[in-house]
Design a protein around this ligand. Structure first.
Ligand code: AMP
Ligand code: MG
Length: 700
């Protein structure tokens, strides 16, 4: 199965049952081997598919812990797995959906791959798991195109899963070990699995009819190796025992599934929840959050990315150093002359009268003088020439009178003048640059001056972004009444590019739950951070906020600022990232829709957060204080970012604001070269008052 094929499959956990044989305790939430039953199932399934949906008809809050979509049946109450399959298929937008039950925590790590291969290489509509002649119908992979057919079947009163399968073209996929599909239905079974006791006898379900499609990919694949990586042991070959005591593969699988050794948890980027972070903020009020607290929360939550590259110094331009660079040499390597002139011994200098010396040779840059000047002698030197032996002072050309090889210098010359000391630029063994340094042209030169050809830099940050809103059209499309061109994607593109991150432009996403979910998922799977614009204002009747909430750990703020009040921040999950079991997530910055608000919130919150993720220590732009040319109205209790023009008036730097300051007027940004930052507690400004100014050109 290729990564693209995996992208086409949604996993559905069927947890919509009444759990009648568990005395009504929601089975999926029962503790088993140190966690909930569904945690085991989720951890097995998520790495095998592009996204997970949970079908549950109660306790949604608890299922939301995974940050994935939780859907109820559309029909009846507790109408069985077929109703769950229908609910999952109705909201999934990927071409394939695989269902697994919430009470079977042992299924193999190549389940989806083998089911997919079988379905692909047959013309069947559904692939179903079987061990020997025993089908396991709740483990099935279906094409999304069967949805209408399933709806009709349910409308006609059909409820039995086998009966529906019999109306489809199906392929059975044979697995060698029944224990992989063992499920936990009763307290007795739970206890047996928990303690490794013999299982109580099970009633075999009736076999179901199947078409004679050959079970493609029915060669059992070895997944012991995968299980071993979970538990760090050596695999016995997968056994082919049928039920009895909880079988070897199941036991081995479960041995790895307790807190601490769980590979999934270990690979999560970090564990702090937003709730934990905001609880550390004094007087936290998401509906009137001061700007300073916004950055406090964001910077506490966001972590620098891991991953490094060794690159040639030219390729390091714009990148961030991953470690200190220790200077391997002194720069300069030797004491040398800072001027063209004569090098001499300071003991020959006289404070009171002119001194006449004899030139005994010359030292040129790159060509050392090998003689040893004695008292009364000097050496002609050019800038950069290595200081001749015993000489410590250089008298520049223009101060000296010459008469053949005799030179005379005025009295009172300073000992040690015009000499550069070895290592005065960079000292051998000391850090020349610190980890976190941005590689600018200067730093490239610095590395070259040390003879260093390559440096270790942090991997580039990947940032995905898209615009939301049904009124938006992309450049190139015609505009109908009430529509506007999407400009935010262009300002965001520009600001991100200036920051030196890798960008993933995902276009305009319709205000539609399926489109939004898939965009958020894809973004979270591909990127370290996701930036959206639009759809976060209060009273916004759209799906953006809802989807953000459903898919992740997200807070919605009304920030005490102007422009740019509403903003969402948090983290969005993308289960089953590349390379196996790790759950990937990306930081989310849900910016407001207004074009100026987007730029202001980017400059003041997102930029610093991304730099922090890049490993940079310098997160804030400097503020200057300059005189305001004019009065500015300002209410205390919020920070205002007026767009300003910094200019010299009568020899003094001053600032004035650009015309209209409406948050949709991008021209106000275009004319500006700075933000006038009117602080939270500040009131109105009078002409001549000092105000804080943040220069914007060239940054962000
Ligand atoms: P919203 O926050 O979605 O309510 O959007 C606020 C305002 O910004 C509305 O007038 C939107 O039409 C406008 N807007 C939202 N997104 C964009 C965009 N990508 N480009 C230009 N204008 C936008
Ligand atoms: Mg909108």
């Amino acid at each position: 199965m290729t990564p693209a094929q995996k992208e086409s499959i949604t996993g559905l956990i069927l947890a919509g049952g009444r759990s009648s044989r568990m005395a009504g305790r929601d089975k999926a939430l029962i503790q088993f081997k140190h966690k909930r039953l569904i945690d085991h199932v989720y951890e097995r399934l998520a790495p095998q598919v592009a996204g997970v949906i949970i079908n549950a008809n109660q306790n949604h809050e608890q299922y939301k812990s995974f940050g994935v979509r939780v859907v109820s049946d559309a029909i009846g109450d507790f109408a069985g797995p077929l109703a769950g399959l229908h609910a999952g298929l109705s909201v999934s937008r990927r071409p394939y959906l695989i269902s697994v039950p919430c009470d079977s925590p042992f299924f193999p790590a190549d389940l989806v791959e083998r089911m997919f291969d079988a379905l692909q290489s047959s013309s069947a509509q559904i692939a179903v798991v079987a061990t020997g002649d025993q089908p396991h119908p709740v483990f099935s992979l279906v094409r999304r195109t069967v949805l209408d057919h399933l709806s009709d079947f349910l409308k006609g009163g059909g409820r039995k899963i086998d009966a529906w399968y019999d109306t489809l073209k199906q392929v059975q996929v044979n697995f060698s070990d029944e224990a992989w599909f063992g499920n936990i239905n009763t307290p007795e079974e739970l206890e047996a699995y928990e303690k490794g006791l013999p299982l109580p006898p099970k009633q075999h379900k009736p076999r179901f009819k199947r078409e004679s499609v050959p079970p493609a990919a029915a060669v059992p694949t070895e997944h012991g190796a995968f299980l071993d990586t979970l538990i760090g042991g050596t695999a016995a070959p997968a056994s082919s025992t049928s039920s009895g005591a909880a079988s070897e593969p199941a036991r081995r699988a479960m041995a790895g599934a307790h807190p601490g050794s769980s590979h999934v948890v270990a690979q999560l980027p970090h564990t702090a929840s937003l709730e934990a972070v905001v609880s550390c903020i004094d007087g936290y009020d998401p509906n009137a959050l001061p700007v300073s607290q916004v950055n406090q929360v964001i910077r506490a939550f966001v972590k620098p990315v891991q991953g490094y590259e060794q690159v040639a110094i030219r390729a390091a331009l714009g990148r961030v150093l991953a470690e200190d660079v220790i200077s391997p040499i002194n720069v300069p390597a030797h004491d040398n002359s800072a001027m063209d002139g004569w090098a001499l011994r300071s003991s020959d200098l006289d404070p009171a009268k002119p001194v006449t010396l004899t030139e005994i040779g010359a030292a040129l840059a790159g060509r050392e003088f090998s003689g040893r000047p004695g008292p009364g002698e000097c050496v002609r030197v050019t800038t950069g020439a290595v200081m001749p032996y015993g000489c410590d002072t250089v008298i520049p050309l223009e101060l000296v009178q010459t008469d053949g090889k005799r030179i005379t210098l005025p009295p009172g010359q300073e000992a040690g003048a015009n000499r550069r000391l070895a290592g005065e630029d960079l000292q051998k063994g000391k850090p020349a640059l610190a980890a976190g340094a941005l590689m600018r042209p200067t730093e490239l030169g610095l590395m070259a001056s040390l003879g260093i050809a390559e440096v270790k830099v942090r991997r580039r940050l990947r940032v995905a972004f898209f615009s939301t809103g049904d009124e938006l059209r992309s450049v190139g499309e015609p505009l109908a009444e009430g529509q506007v061109y999407d400009s935010n994607r262009y300002t965001i593109f520009g600001m991100l590019t200036r920051l030196g991150v890798e960008i993933i432009d995902m276009g305009v996403v319709r205000d539609d739950p399926v489109a939004l979910e898939s965009a958020f998922r894809l973004a979270a799977a591909e990127a370290d951070a996701v930036i959206t614009s639009g759809g976060v204002s209060v009273g916004e009747a759209d799906y953006t906020k809802r989807m953000m909430k459903e898919l992740g750990d997200v807070v919605f703020w009304r920030i005490a600022m102007r422009p740019g009040r509403p903003m969402a921040f948090g983290r969005i999950a993308a289960p089953g990232g590349p390379g196996g079991a790790a759950e990937r997530s990306a930081y989310l910055f849900g910016l407001p829709g207004n074009p100026v608000a987007v730029m202001v919130t980017f400059y003041h919150f997102v930029r610093g957060a991304l730099l922090h993720m890049m490993g940079r220590p310098d997160l804030d732009l400097p503020l200057l204080q300059v005189k305001s040319q004019e009065a500015m109205r300002k209410k205390p209790g919020r920070t205002e970012y007026q767009r300003g023009i910094l200019e010299k008036r009568e020899g003094e730097m001053t600032v004035r604001i650009t015309g209209s300051q409406g948050s949709g007027i991008l021209r106000s940004m275009s004319e500006a070269n700075c933000f006038v930052v009117l602080r939270h507690d500040q009131g109105s400004v009078k002409p001549g008052d000092l105000v804080d100014v943040m220069v914007m050109d060239g940054y962000a």
